[in-house]
Design a protein around this ligand. Structure first.
Ligand SMILES: [Zn+2]
Length: 441
């Protein structure tokens, strides 16, 4: 809001001074003067503030909100200080910042207004902040601006982030909330902060250490994988983050990714293709594939209740990808999981297809299931499927299956790409890449 041109305002001031102040007690006059200063700050009336400074207005004047409010209510109904309850008093600089009065901020800084942490965090509020005001503060006080990285991150503004990074310090320092800058950026809710990937890129370009660990021994790749933010995962890997890094529980980011209910295929691919060991066993005895099966299990159990339905092909394609990139799991653990699947009735075709894929990832998987434990409904519907898997392990698997397993165990992560490049018939290629999901030959 800008109240007219200078003539009117000058008139206002003269009226206030000559008519009002004379008949007031000194404290009333002071209040009235303050109220006027407050009003001019809100209106970003630089010329009047300059005049007021000459008349004794101090750039570090404090405004007790209640008092200013009283004056303003008499005088200027339409101007309200926002949420006066939060602040008992504001400095002139804070008033100007809060109202986006850029010209007055500049003027106050030039007249010795003090910059402190509250001033900076007010300038960096997420909503309605002015990059120009932040820049002015930076120009006037380089040293004080170095202390508040987490505030800059929460502000979500790439322009201001760059401004702070140009100061050249504390990029890898732990903040006051024990969160490393990169972790803090990745953990920002992406709906409220659409520029997360851009902020992360800015950090990386300014030389942030992408392999710096937090207390759990996790790099920023871990939270990025947990929330399946593919853009962030790609960026961190591109800037040299190690996909093989394990945390204090010996888990990789890939292990943790499956803890998320919305894990995404492109994120999984990105991690796996950058790993040298995809079968690391964590302190709980699970490889990443073990966690993926846990994910499937939770998904299947709860899809009717809380989990949004993922497309069936996604899950099947996901397991196909995992197994074709050499991922393995503990055979006893897998047998236990498959038994749990079979003992309950599942109408879901994808569950059966994934069971077939997993069974085919072992040289000789011994069936732990007996016909009498499989529920009647399942047997009626899928007798052949259960008969097939129960008969497995009674005699050795075929030579071609043994070859497929040897090849996969040998090539691990390179298996899918090597097989795709081989000069062989598409029929053999499909067999090697487990395209026929229920083929137990
Ligand atoms: Zn900004």
């Amino acid at each position: 809001m800008y109240l007219g041109d200078d003539d009117d305002d000058e008139c206002d001031i003269q009226n206030m001074e000559s008519c009002c102040y004379d008949n007031m007690s000194s404290s009333q006059a002071e209040q009235s003067f303050k109220g006027h200063c407050y009003k001019m700050l809100i209106l970003d009336n630089e010329r009047e503030i300059q005049k007021l400074l000459w008349r004794g207005f101090n750039a570090n004047m404090k405004f007790e909100i209640d008092q200013v409010f009283e004056v303003l209510l008499e005088d200027l109904d339409s101007i309200h200080a926002d949420d006066p309850d939060i602040y008992d008093s504001l400095s002139a600089l804070q008033v100007a910042i809060k109202n986006g009065s850029e010209r007055c901020v500049d003027l106050l800084l030039g007249n010795g207004a003090e910059i402190n942490a509250e001033v900076i965090s007010m300038a960096l509020s997420k909503d309605g902040h002015s990059c120009r005001v932040v820049k002015l503060l930076a120009e006037y006080s380089v040293t004080k601006l170095k202390t508040e990285m987490i505030t800059v991150i929460n502000c979500g503004c790439v322009t201001c982030l760059k401004l702070f990074l140009q100061q050249g310090t504390f990029i890898n320092r732990e903040s006051e909330v024990n969160s490393l800058p990169l972790h803090a950026v990745v953990e920002l809710p992406s709906l409220t902060y659409p520029a997360v990937a851009e902020m992360l890129k800015t950090f990386c370009e300014y030389g942030a250490d992408v392999n710096k660990e937090n207390e759990a021994g996790e790099t920023a790749l871990f939270p990025a994988a947990i929330i399946s933010d593919t853009d962030c995962v790609k960026l961190l890997l591109k800037f040299g983050s190690s996909a093989d890094k394990v945390n204090r529980s010996n888990q990789t980011a890939l292990h943790q990714l499956f803890a998320n209910r919305h894990c995404l295929m492109d994120c999984i691919e990105e991690l796996i293709l950058n790993m040298t060991n995809v079968n690391i066993v964590d302190d709980y005895g699970f490889t990443p594939l073990g966690h993926a099966i846990g994910y499937l299990y939770n998904f299947w159990e709860q899809e009717h209740y809380t989990y949004p339905m993922l497309c069936r092909i996604n899950l099947v394609a996901m397991f196909q990808f995992l197994i074709n990139h050499g991922l393995q799991a503990d055979i006893n653990q897998i047998s236990y999981d498959i038994r749990s699947f079979c003992y309950r009735h599942t109408r879901r075709q994808y569950v059966k297809e994934i069971i077939c894929l997993i069974i085919n990832s072992f040289r000789n998987w011994q069936c732990p299931i007996e016909m009498e434990y499989i529920c009647k409904e399942s047997l009626e519907k899928d007798y052949q499927f259960y008969a097939d898997i129960i008969s497995l392990g009674l005699s050795p698997r075929s030579l071609q299956h043994q070859c497929r397993c040897s090849l996969r165990n040998h090539l691990v992560v390179r298996y899918a790409s090597v097989v795709s490049d081989l000069q062989i018939t598409s029929q053999i290629k499909n067999y090697l890449l487990l395209e026929d999901l229920c083929d137990f030959s």
